[in-house]
Every structure is written in C-alpha cells, then in structure tokens.
Ligand binder design. Structure first.
Ligand SMILES: Cc1cc2nc3c(=O)[nH]c(=O)nc-3n(C[C@H](O)[C@H](O)[C@H](O)COP(=O)(O)O)c2cc1C
Length: 326
C-alpha cells in the first residue's frame, strides 16, 4: 500500500517496469522505435545508434523497382522542423532481399519492413515476393521481417503513397488484400493530410490491419526569397520534427479513440516527455525520426526517460500509460 511520498520512492526503486509492447502476434521488447527513412536498412548511423536496444527498426520504404528519388535539393530546415522530398529513393525489392535482409536478420530488435507501391497490385507483389523469399530461406530464428508497415502516406510521390491513404475505400481494400497474403502483423502508416484521419484508420482496421502508425509528414513549403524559387526542387515537401508534434499527438488521440487496434505515435519526438505525451494520448509505442539527425542517442535517452517516468509514477506496464490521461 502506497501512503506517502516515501512509500512511493521506495516502491519506485524496487521495481523494473514492463516495457514490452504487443502489435498483433509481435512482441517488441520496448516501445521506442526508429521511424522509416532515418536509418536506411540498419546500415546508416550503425556506429552511433544502438540498434539492438531499440524496440523496433522501421526500414526505409521498399518499392518493387529501384528509385532514384526526387531531384536535389530535397531537404531544407525550417524553424523547429525539416522539410524533405526524398521521393522514396531506395534500391528496389530484389536488392533489398539480396543485400539488406541478411544484415537486418543480424539485429535482435523487431524489424518492420516499410513498403509502398504505385498501384494496389504493386503492394501485393511486394508482400508476395517477400513471403516467397522467407519461405525459400527455410526456418530460421530471425527472418528479418517481423511485420510490414504499409506506407500509404508519402506526400512526395505522384502515384501511390498519400493518394491511396486519403481514400478509405482504397485503404480498406488494400489492407484486406495484403491481409490475405501474410500472417505477419500489418501496420498502416497514415497521413495527417486528410480531412478525417479517424475514417482512414477505421478503414485500415476493417481491412485487417493490426496497428496504425500515426503520422507521416505534413505537406509544407519553403520559398527562397532571393532566388524567388521553392527551397526544395519539387516545390512541396513533407514537414517533420518538433513543429508537427501537436498534430501527431492530436491524431494519435483521435485515432486511438476510434479504433481498437494499437496506435504507434510518430512526429516530432525529441525527448522522453514528447514520447510520454504520445503514450498518454493513446499510443502503445512510438517512433523517433528527425531527432536522430541532431542526436543519434535520442532513442536510448527517450527509453531511459520513459522508464524513469514510469518508476516515478509507479506505472508497472507501458500500456497502462494509455489510461492515465486525466
Ligand atoms: C529524411 C526523411 C525520410 C523519410 N522517409 C520515409 C520513408 O521512406 N517512408 C515513410 O513511411 N516515412 C518516411 N519518413 C517519415 C518519417 O518516418 C516520420 O513519419 C516523419 O518524419 C515524422 O516523424 P519525425 O517528426 O520524428 O521525423 C521520412 C522522414 C524524413 C525526415
């Protein structure tokens, strides 16, 4: 029985909170992951980031064919944020399977493979080919693909990406089609650039998604007034970083009340208090993106901060934080 601050301090010192998180059939050791597009396929920043200490690594988006991405400049800083228009540059599925998957298998954290297609068929072909490869490789302790994150929210491509993620009918049909192709957990990554994000989240749940990642970047633009040109070659880009955190927290709050599957909060998390805002808003786990560019130690610091906060408040399990918002 905790009757005083002293009792609480004694209790806090004497227990280790349970940080594990369940997403469908997948159990992550802790709620802190690194967002798609930040660490490539685990090879970028590997000297700086303790990948094996993460709850999950979300890979750079994989597409069927290799993509060069958009022309440079494709990154510009803004106050409290970053605008990117990378355009899903990636080496394509076959190179991913040949060269990146073996490296991903060497990590003990959960590996979530982020996929995108320009048509619904392309998403299906990606999942079919990855599942085929995993079957051909035979039983192994680590397949390198613990779940899929379906990117239906990229604002920087002409076909697919966000154009799918703004239509609930397509989202339900696409998720349903992928559901029939794999038993691995499916996480739908949603765009905030919609009128009602809860409608899209419900469509993904209806289609059979196991979780929702909330949110991808917010469409933004910076204009260079000397050159009288957009700072990004493509004109518009996706805003990330602390500037979008309140948008991400609000989206997480709304979506977690609209669906019964777990929500993974992402957008502008730079320190533990930011991650805890997402957990209080209803997220079961979080992803860190832009913060790693200025502080590669952010995931570890954030995990330590969450643990300390749980001890301070006597919270036994990370998912209990969801019900603590007053
Ligand atoms: C440089 C960069 C590249 C990104 N690439 C991808 C990507 O390939 N696929 C994807 O789903 N999201 C991508 N994102 C979006 C992030 O995963 C994340 O949803 C977004 O940046 C918000 O989180 P943050 O504010 O912590 O960065 C990218 C973000 C950045 C900054």
């Amino acid at each position: 029985m905790i009757n005083s601050i002293k009792d609480l301090n004694d209790f806090s010192a004497s227990f280790e909170p349970d940080l594990s998180v369940k997403i469908g059939s997948l159990t992550m050791t802790n709620p802190v992951g690194v967002a798609s597009g930040i660490l490539g396929y685990g090879e970028e920043y590997k000297e700086l980031v303790q990948i094996d200490e993460l709850g999950a690594l979300y890979t750079k988006t994989v597409t069927l064919e290799p993509r060069e991405g958009n022309p440079a400049p494709r990154l510009v800083e803004t106050p409290m944020g970053l605008i990117n228009s990378i355009g899903l540059a990636n080496p394509g599925l076959e190179c991913f399977l040949r060269e990146k998957l073996p490296l991903l298998r060497s990590h003990c954290c959960a590996i979530i493979v982020n996929i995108a297609g320009s048509t619904e068929d392309e998403y299906a072909m990606l999942v079919d080919r990855i599942e085929e490869e995993l079957t051909l490789s035979g039983p192994m302790s680590k397949t390198g693909v613990d779940a899929y994150e379906i990117n239906i929210s990229c604002p920087n491509v002409l076909k697919g990406g966000m154009t799918f993620g703004i239509d609930p009918i397509i989202v339900e049909r696409l998720t349903g089609s992928l559901r029939r192709r794999t038993a691995r957990p499916l996480i739908a990554k949603l765009s905030p650039n919609v009128t009602d994000i809860t409608e899209i989240a419900r469509a993904a749940e209806e289609g059979g998604a196991d979780a929702i990642s909330c949110i991808n970047t917010v469409v933004g633009m910076v204009i260079d007034t000397d050159r009288m040109k957009p700072a990004i070659a493509k004109g518009l880009g996706g805003l990330s970083g602390p500037a979008i955190r309140p948008i991400g927290v609000a989206a997480t709050y709304r979506v977690s009340h609209a669906v019964s599957i777990p929500v993974i909060g992402v957008g502008g998390i730079t320190r533990a208090a930011d991650a805890i805002q997402y957990l209080l808003a209803g997220a079961q786990a979080v992803q860190i993106g832009t913060a790693l560019f200025s502080n590669p130690l952010a995931p570890q610091e954030i995990l330590n901060g969450i643990t300390e906060w749980m001890k301070k408040h006597g919270v036994l399990r990370v998912h209990d934080i969801n019900s603590m918002l007053k």
